[in-house]
Design a protein around this ligand. Structure first.
Ligand code: GLU
Length: 431
């Protein structure tokens, strides 16, 4: 009989976790750093991390609050929760108070808690961010991938959502909608959001609206679906992307008042797991959510740099033969190289993981394969994060620009050289 000592150690791993690998985003980041450390030239288009620095007033607040050492309330610092609610009211006209806000160590952790606490299936469009599905798998929830098409820029269509839900109308479900999207860089129109809201209302869906890239809409025109389905939408956001503070780990969930029971249940689990979010970070975050001129200027400049850079790469990839959606927000693109399938097959490349691996080995360009986002491996999709540049320098140069603040290719070559060189390498290699 097998005893504890002679069984494979794997046997003692929870079945839901057994065989899972480290999250693809973090794995590519660590691999890129290792290869760079070994002396290879790596273009880091793998991990999606903001290239921009944390705005100075927010850094200053962190400095003066370094001494804050006490455990804070599980749900978050009262002043911060109020500041987040205020932010949602100002930006999106959402009717909420600080009582509706839950602060956590990154929105990723809050998403995990939500999936743990709410007993329902997960519905996500394919492609979707790499961690939604593994979180559901770890908890043991059923995952429903909603089909999308490149013609619709990979957006979840209301008809598709209706089809999935009509199968078992009263089944509890969480639907995650992420826009501007990771991985596609695309977003929804207000009309599309209204139609999705209608279906969500029909089936009483919990709509987790992942708006972590909302403030990085390239034209500052982000619209939340919570405007159209306030009673069932939980807005997920945080400091990681728009405030350049991924490593600070500060996430926010905003609930409608009638879902307070869900917030309460998540707070119970939070109290038994991470206790509370880092105190100095919470104090500093109040400054970030309070806004003001400096933060507004920082956002306008960040968005403009990303808009021009995204558009430039989009054009280059299109010319190289890929199909992809034009970027409208955030810092990702999701090209499909399937039109070049024959050319790639001649090099022994028949799927996106091999494409991604070969590209890294032969050109140093780090990306992620589409199958990590729920696409079939045989489809030649890749996610590129156009973030490998010094955002502080780029912002400074942008602020010094005259003539209408238009960004020319020379600017991108000068201030985003790794991204531009990486794209050059990729396009040359495709030839
Ligand atoms: N959201 C980022 C990405 O997709 C990185 C952070 C993470 O995955 O935890 O690359």
């Amino acid at each position: 009989m097998a005893t504890r000592s002679n069984r494979s150690p794997d046997m003692h791993i929870n079945l839901n976790v057994r065989g899972l690998k480290q999250s693809a985003t973090l794995a590519i980041n660590e691999l890129s750093a290792k290869l760079a450390h070994e002396g290879k030239t790596i273009y880091k288009l793998g991990l999606g991390q903001s290239p921009f620095p944390v705005p100075q007033p927010v850094v200053d607040e962190l400095k003066v609050n370094a001494y804050q050492k006490d455990y804070l309330p599980v749900r978050g610092l009262r002043e911060l929760r109020d500041a987040v609610a205020d932010f949602n009211r100002r930006r999106q006209g959402i009717d909420c108070t600080g009582q509706d806000v839950l602060i956590g160590p990154g929105s990723k952790e809050l998403m995990f808690l939500l999936q743990l606490v709410y007993y329902g299936d997960l519905v996500i469009p394919t492609p979707s961010w790499v961690s939604y599905a593994p979180q559901a798998q770890i908890i043991g929830r059923k995952i429903n991938w909603a089909q999308t098409t490149p013609e619709n820029d990979w957006r979840l269509m209301p008809e598709e959502l209706d089809k999935i839900c009509s199968d078992d109308p009263s089944r509890p479900r969480i639907v995650i909608l992420n826009y501007p999207s990771n991985p596609t860089g695309d977003t929804y129109t207000s009309d599309e959001l209204k139609q999705i809201a209608k279906i969500a209302r029909k089936y009483k869906i919990i709509l987790l609206s992942d708006e972590i890239y909302g403030e990085l809409h390239h034209r500052g025109q982000h619209v939340s679906v919570a405007r159209y389905y306030p009673e069932g939408t939980v807005i997920s956001s945080g400091l990681s992307k728009w405030c350049g503070a991924g490593g600070w780990r500060l996430g926010t969930f905003t609930f409608p008042a009638n879902l307070r029971w869900l917030l309460d249940a998540m707070a119970v689990v939070a109290s038994e797991t991470y206790t509370s979010t880092s105190a100095p970070i919470q104090y500093a975050s109040i400054r970030a959510f309070s806004g003001g001129m400096e933060i507004e200027n920082y956002l306008t400049s960040s968005r403009t740099v990303l808009r021009y850079l995204g558009k430039y790469i989009y054009m280059r990839l299109k010319q190289a033969g890929a199909t992809l959606s034009p970027p409208t927000g955030g810092f990702y693109l999701f090209p499909d190289f399937s039109p070049l399938k024959e050319r790639l097959a001649e090099r022994g490349i028949h799927d996106s993981p091999t494409l991604c691996k070969t590209l890294l080995e032969q050109t140093g360009v780090a990306t992620l394969p589409g199958n990590e986002f729920g696409r079939p491996a045989t489809e030649m999709t890749l996610r590129l994060a156009y973030v490998d540049f010094d955002g502080a320098q780029a912002l400074c140069a942008f602020d010094g620009l005259q003539d209408g603040k238009e960004i020319k290719t020379e600017f991108l070559e000068m201030y985003c050289p790794n991204v531009i060189n990486g794209i050059n390498q990729l396009c040359d290699w495709l030839k």
